[in-house]
Design a protein around this ligand. Structure first.
Ligand SMILES: Nc1ncnc2c1ncn2[C@@H]1O[C@H](COP(=O)(O)OP(=O)(O)OP(=O)(O)O)[C@@H](O)[C@H]1O
Ligand SMILES: [Mg+2]
Length: 312
């Protein structure tokens, strides 16, 4: 895949060959663990889906959750970002589609989180799936046996509304929609919401849109804040956590093989993902964390339409 070479690929050898996926800290004591499955989706490319999936997963791990991330994108960016060579991981998601492996056999135990890796072979799998009965349910069926092994499963969808994204939405309890606050953002959101409507009617009636994650946010231009306010109001979608500030550190982190949150950095964007993770888990988010994310009560009121947007 494109991009700078990793300084040294991680060893993907530590798999659950016996089919026994990771159980989170304290899982043995929990009577019943049933994972909540989040799909991170927006067919618009480059809006921060993979970055959000990874950093939310890392923040949830910090909070003691057992987390699996599923790379549903043939670009394999999530796989790459955790330090694995997408071209070398085997088996990967494509092997599930062609019946050579089960999802549990593909899982790699990364230092931070477990990952079901993908690579470009998945593009071929997409074509194979098209002629398959029940093609929308493949991932859902594979996740069933993992639901009691994880607290949270996060599925990173590709930038399309094709059969892979439909698999992610069909397998999910909730969909998170990362948006970059610029003029054309609402087009991607409206198309995605139409697809979510179809999925609800046809393959997963319980799918819930959890809300928007505002990514690469620069609060200075009035326009950015207006776009975010418009998205929240127009689609009546909650904004999950504070907007994630733009930071070059996000672009740098994939070559390190760990997420920015996992690297323990204190940049505002990492704090924002920690706040988002807490909100998704139903945990309180205190003002200190919001302040560390560079987010204030005034900005929140402005976006929610409670006060007028003024030039900074
Ligand atoms: N908060 C941020 N600040 C600055 N850069 C960011 C931020 N979040 C993500 N990026 C960068 O933006 C680019 C696109 O992000 P990412 O790969 O997460 O988007 P995506 O929606 O998954 O893309 P695709 O549609 O291709 O799957 C990456 O280079 C990433 O490092
Ligand atoms: Mg991506």
């Amino acid at each position: 895949m494109d991009g700078p070479p990793s300084p040294g690929w991680a060893d993907p050898a530590r798999r659950y060959a016996d089919g026994d996926a990771r159980r989170g800290p304290g899982a043995a004591e929990r009577a019943e663990v049933t994972a909540t499955v989040f799909a991170v989706a927006n067919q618009k490319g480059g809006v921060g889906k993979t970055t959000s999936a990874l950093n939310i997963a890392a923040a949830m791990t910090e909070l003691g959750c057992a987390v699996l991330v599923v790379d549903l994108d043939p670009q394999g960016c999530l796989t790459f970002s955790l330090g694995y060579d997408p071209d070398a991981v085997s088996p990967s998601l494509n092997d599930i589609v062609v019946g050579r492996a089960t999802l549990v056999e593909t899982i790699v135990q990364h230092g931070e989180i477990d990952v079901a890796p993908a690579n470009i072979d998945l593009a071929g799998a997409e074509v194979t799936l098209l002629s398959r009965t029940g093609r929308e349910y493949l991932l859902r069926g594979e996740l069933v046996e993992l639901l009691d092994s994880y607290d949270v499963i996060i599925v990173d969808c590709p930038p399309s509304l094709g059969v892979l994204t439909i698999n992610g939405l069909t397998a999910a309890d909730q969909v998170l929609v990362p948006v970059q606050c610029e003029t054309l953002s609402h087009r991607g959101v409206s198309q995605l919401l139409e697809t979510v409507g179809d999925v609800r009617r046809l393959t997963n009636r319980n799918l819930e849109v959890r809300g928007l994650v505002a990514t690469m946010f620069d609060p200075r231009p009035r326009h950015t804040r207006e776009v975010l306010r418009d998205l929240v109001a127009r689609y009546e979608l909650p904004l999950v956590g504070p907007p994630v500030r733009k930071s070059i550190r996000f672009a740098e982190s994939p070559t390190a093989g760990v997420s920015l949150v996992g690297a323990g950095t204190g940049v505002p964007g990492a704090a924002a993902y920690r706040a988002i993770a807490r909100e998704l888990l139903g945990l309180p988010v205190d003002e200190d964390l919001l302040a560390a994310a560079g987010w204030s009560r005034e900005q929140r009121d402005e976006i929610l339409g409670l006060v007028e947007i003024v030039d900074e």
